[in-house]
Ligand binder design. Structure first.
Ligand code: LMR
Length: 398
């Protein structure tokens, strides 16, 4: 039965991990996947997470099934982060939140539910977008198209083109928006532009689906929630996928959430009942550990403060790596102005490196990046930044 099965291509991001692991060069650097490493090149176990895990281990809790939607303590904590503590959307009961298997799992549950809700819709993603967005919504059965986003010349957002496209969409279209730290470009909308996007969504009757995988990596928890808060105060209904992979350094625990803002508590009850069917026929109910740790940290004022401090530390270290890379490229004699790297937000830089240059970085230096030229600044550290800058300098100088 498998005789005619074709080999599928490697995943453009996670496939790099496989190739990187197989590379035997000691100096290799993985700038591919969006993962934060500390200055020693290690994925940190946050002190707040460590404390919560220690307490949980000592309590030796039973391992029964969770509710299909995940535990209320976790889901409430997610709502607090997204919408603000004691916000109307968090307290009114009109918002459904379910624990999901990371941000990807949240997007998938949301996509599968949307396919039942608006089966004839088209999904629009930014050009460019996270490599997995298109495949994920297509696998849920939607046609997926782009809306203009990145402007290579200005290294920013071509907002006029984006808005013109949104203005032309059919009512009921699903529009996937990166809430902050746009992946892959690092170019975000301004607060005023978010207000305009919300206004277009209202006028055109679009269904916004915010993807929020990097809350806390641009400015801070509340500042990075500007898109969520703009939609919250609009009275519109919308979807948000969120993730603790990066902000809690819990990648492999697969801790995320899907939130759906409905018009009323009664509506939320019906929507939840449908989303539960999607989950039950997929993975039944979420695993316990990661969500329990996140909920414990967020519900303890002391651990929450510790976490916010650690998150701030990660944010600052990435910023330092941005400045450091720009300085070192200059020192290596690169004439091209790379100062845009400092302005980009989040983990990534859309460097403008071509696929051929990325290939040379891998072949000649063991430096892995996404073929689109996206690099993860959070994988740079004080030991490898000089090597990476030299290699990039050599590649761009030809
Ligand atoms: C990334 O874009 O590298 C991350 O979001 C990890 C992933 O799942 O692709």
């Amino acid at each position: 039965i498998f005789a005619a099965v074709e080999m599928a291509p490697r995943d453009p991001i996670l496939g790099l991990n496989e190739a990187f692991a197989a590379d035997t060069r000691a100096e290799k650097v993985n700038l591919g996947v969006g993962v934060y490493y500390d200055d020693n090149g290690k994925i940190p176990l946050l002190a707040a997470v460590r404390a919560a895990e220690k307490a949980r281990l000592e309590a030796m809790p039973p391992r029964g099934y969770q509710p299909i939607e995940g535990p209320a303590a976790y889901n409430n904590a997610v709502q607090g982060l997204l919408f603000g503590k004691d916000s109307q959307l968090a307290t009114s009961g009109q918002t459904v939140t379910i624990e999901a298997l990371g941000g990807t799992g949240a997007l998938k549950v949301g996509a599968d539910y949307l396919k039942r809700l608006v089966p004839g819709a088209t999904v629009y993603i930014s050009d460019p977008s996270w490599e997995n967005h298109r495949a994920l919504f297509e696998s849920a059965g939607f046609p997926v198209e782009n809306y203009p986003y990145y402007d290579a010349a200005s290294r920013g957002v071509n907002f006029a083109a984006m808005k013109a496209k949104l203005d032309s969409l059919q009512p009921g279209s699903v529009i996937v928006l990166h809430a902050c730290c746009h992946n892959p470009t690092g170019a975000d909308l301004s607060d005023a532009q978010w207000d305009e996007v919300v206004a277009v969504c209202r006028e055109r009757g679009l269904i916004p689906f915010l993807d929020m995988a990097y809350q806390g990596f641009a400015e801070g928890i509340d500042a990075d929630a500007v898109a969520v808060r703009a939609l919250s105060s609009s009275g519109l209904q919308f979807f948000v996928s969120s993730s603790f992979s990066k902000s809690f350094s819990l990648y492999g625990e697969r801790v995320g959430a899907l939130s759906i803002v409905t018009a009323s508590k009664e509506e939320a009850g019906r929507v939840l009942s449908q989303v539960k069917r999607v989950i039950r026929t997929n993975y039944s109910n979420p695993p316990i550990h990661g969500g329990a740790i996140v909920a414990a940290v967020l519900s303890s004022p002391e651990l929450r403060q510790m976490w916010e401090d650690e998150l701030g530390g990660m944010r600052e270290r990435i910023r330092a790596m941005r400045t450091g890379l720009v300085d070192q490229l200059k020192a290596e004699g690169v004439a091209q102005d790379f100062s845009f790297v400092i302005k980009q937000r989040g983990m990534f830089s859309y460097t403008g490196l071509t696929a051929a240059q990325v290939e040379t970085l891998k072949a000649d230096f063991g430096i892995y990046a996404v073929s689109t030229g996206r690099i993860c600044l959070a994988a740079l550290n004080s030991k490898n930044i000089g090597y990476v800058a030299k290699a990039i300098a050599q590649v761009v100088k030809g």
